[in-house]
Design a protein around this ligand. Structure first.
Ligand SMILES: [Zn+2]
Length: 139
């Protein structure tokens, strides 16, 4: 659970600080520290070049490129976060409701108590928390 990243948050962390000149936060959020720093420093270098170009007017034409870079970086962060196997919250809830005591893909050796949500070993006949009788569920 701790390694799962929300692609929406990763993308948001690219866009919002990105608009203030801090790109790469979403990548750092994903655990890609190196990538985040490359984006951060790379973007700063671009901003400096842009600032210099502003003096010859052309710089203003580069502003849309800023947005493209930010959105591209946000998209990459979004895709990276998805790679970590994040499942949307809605889907997770649905699984728990539907499967009841049956295992899901991530927890083959565990079963979730349909009564209290406690994780139990597959072998347990009763929930270790509330005493729910797993033998009453068909596999
Ligand atoms: Zn229970």
């Amino acid at each position: 659970m701790a390694t799962q990243k929300d692609p929406g948050i990763a993308a948001l962390l690219e866009v919002v600080p990105g608009l203030f000149g801090f790109l790469g936060i979403g990548h750092i959020y994903n655990g890609n520290l190196g990538k985040g720093i490359i984006f951060l420093i790379g973007y700063w270098i671009f901003l400096i070049i842009e600032l210099i170009l502003m003096f010859v007017i052309i710089g203003f034409l580069l502003i849309p490129i800023n947005l493209v870079i930010i959105l591209l970086s946000a998209y990459l962060a979004y895709q990276d976060a998805k790679k970590f196997g994040y499942e949307p919250r809605q889907q997770q809830q649905q699984q728990q409701v539907v499967i009841g005591g049956v295992e899901d893909n991530n927890k083959k050796s565990k079963r979730i108590c349909p009564k209290c949500g406690m994780e139990n070993d597959r072998e347990n006949k009763f929930c270790s928390d509330c005493g729910y009788d797993f033998t009453s569920i068909k596999k």
